[in-house]
Design a binder for this molecule. Structure first.
Ligand SMILES: Nc1ncnc2c1ncn2[C@@H]1O[C@H](COP(=O)(O)OP(=O)(O)OP(=O)(O)O)[C@@H](O)[C@H]1O
Ligand SMILES: [Mg+2]
Length: 396
């Protein structure tokens, strides 16, 4: 029989009950409020591991901002990055909205020219603006930072004058190119100095904190940084219990404790395990044995999905590096320890290290230590036959 399952494991899928993010939400709500009063505010960056709930939080905040009549756009940076084209499209959409009101039509030309210049100069594939050769020369710019700053300050001015604040929600920020990230920070900074209501709420893997401060030291003041982590015991309990409640299903305390023990409070794992448990439950009260019976299926789903998609993006060299990390025993582990496991020196392994960071599989923790961006990844690696084989060969 088809059962409505209230759990939603999956990238960016809004859970039926969003647990434990109340404080973040209410803080940012205040910032949105300021923005609607034409008071410029800080921008916000959420960082956290895979599956911890960054996208869901971003989407929730976007909904709140939209309800406050803030002009919002969601941008997802992909590995084959097209940030410039996305920011240009979103800025044009903003101008369209403003120009719908006759009295603001005169505020459009300046920002439109800035967008044109950005696109013509830095988005070679774009065909939005077909310009004559002479016009092209007029709009051509060689400096990305200047160009993006021009877009932000001019749309900012329009936002201010038309009292339509802007918020861009940018997900997977870690995939931005260095130059683009630097330009974005500088553009936001300048817009902020001028007192215009343009905000960014961004999210990405833990390495973004370092990326931002490496790019511009003042970025630490420009952004409010929030680390998104696992749910506490109380929050996990709610994430488990609340979705099932409205269908008349409950859990014993023992069952809840077991779910928390296995998932360690990671939101994605909670959704995944509870979905399986819910499908397999025998009656309206879920008990500990229901959880235990579902564990093999839970790991199977993770191993063939969540973990595997990340693992398959690794080259042979990447995999050896990952195996060596796992072999270090404790995570985070030092780069020198990894090198030792591979019988190499630190310099020799640094290209692979950089590559894995770029792919978003690992991230630097503190000074010269590394960890996986995917929670519980080392357990998965230990279960793979390739690792077992490698480990045996290395032990000889
Ligand atoms: N606060 C929460 N309470 C309950 N479930 C949540 C919460 N946050 C996220 N989830 C669930 O966790 C899963 C992962 O969420 P999401 O895709 O937002 O994570 P993410 O941090 O963006 O991951 P990634 O880094 O892979 O993009 C989803 O199934 C979502 O429903
Ligand atoms: Mg996400």
């Amino acid at each position: 029989m088809f059962k409505v399952n209230p759990y939603r494991p999956g990238a960016g899928l809004m859970p039926m009950y969003l647990a434990g993010r109340d404080e973040d939400i209410s803080n940012i709500e205040q910032m949105f409020m300021a923005s609607t009063m034409n008071v410029p505010t800080q921008s916000v960056i959420f960082s956290g591991l895979r599956g911890v709930g960054k996208t869901v939080l971003l989407n929730k905040l976007q909904k709140i901002a939209e309800d406050m009549d803030i002009f919002c756009r969601h941008i997802e940076i992909e590995e084959r990055n097209d940030f410039i084209s996305q920011i240009a499209t979103c800025s044009q959409a903003f101008l369209r909205k403003v120009s719908a009101k006759e009295k603001f039509k005169h505020l459009i030309q300046k920002p439109l020219d800035a967008i044109k210049s950005l696109v013509v100069s830095f988005d070679p594939n774009d065909s939005t603006f077909s310009l004559s050769l002479q016009d092209r020369e007029l709009y051509q710019s060689a400096n990305l930072t200047q160009s993006l700053m021009e877009v932000f300050t001019t749309i900012g001015e329009t936002a201010f004058k038309s009292e339509t604040p802007i918020c861009f929600f940018i997900d997977e920020i870690q995939y931005m190119k260095e130059a683009e990230l630097g330009a974005l920070i500088a553009a936001l900074h300048r817009t902020n100095q001028l007192g215009y209501p343009v905000m960014v709420v961004g999210a990405g893997l833990p390495k973004i904190y370092k990326m931002l401060s490496d790019e511009k030291s003042y970025s630490e003041r420009l952004f409010l940084y929030e680390e998104i982590g696992t749910l506490t015991e109380g929050q996990s309990r709610k994430a488990i219990v609340e979705p099932a409640k409205r269908f008349g299903i409950s859990y014993t305390d023992e069952a809840i404790d077991e779910i928390i023990r296995i998932t360690k409070g990671y939101p994605f794992f909670i959704q995944q395990l509870c979905q399986i448990v819910y499908n397999n439950m025998k009656n309206e009260m879920i008990v500990r044995s229901d959880i235990e019976d579902s564990i093999p299926a839970f790991f199977k789903v993770l191993d063939t999905g969540f973990f595997k998609v990340r693992y398959e993006r690794c080259s042979e060299g990447d995999k050896k590096f990952i195996f060596a990390m796992v072999r270090c025993g404790e995570l985070p582990c030092t780069v020198s320890n990894i090198a030792r496991q591979l019988d190499k020196n630190v310099k020799q392994i640094s290209p692979t290290r950089a590559q894995l960071i770029n792919k978003g599989i690992i991230y630097p923790v503190r000074h010269s230590e590394l960890d996986f961006t995917v929670p519980e990844f080392s357990g998965f690696i230990q279960r793979t036959s390739e690792y077992v084989q490698w480990d045996e060969e290395e032990s000889i």
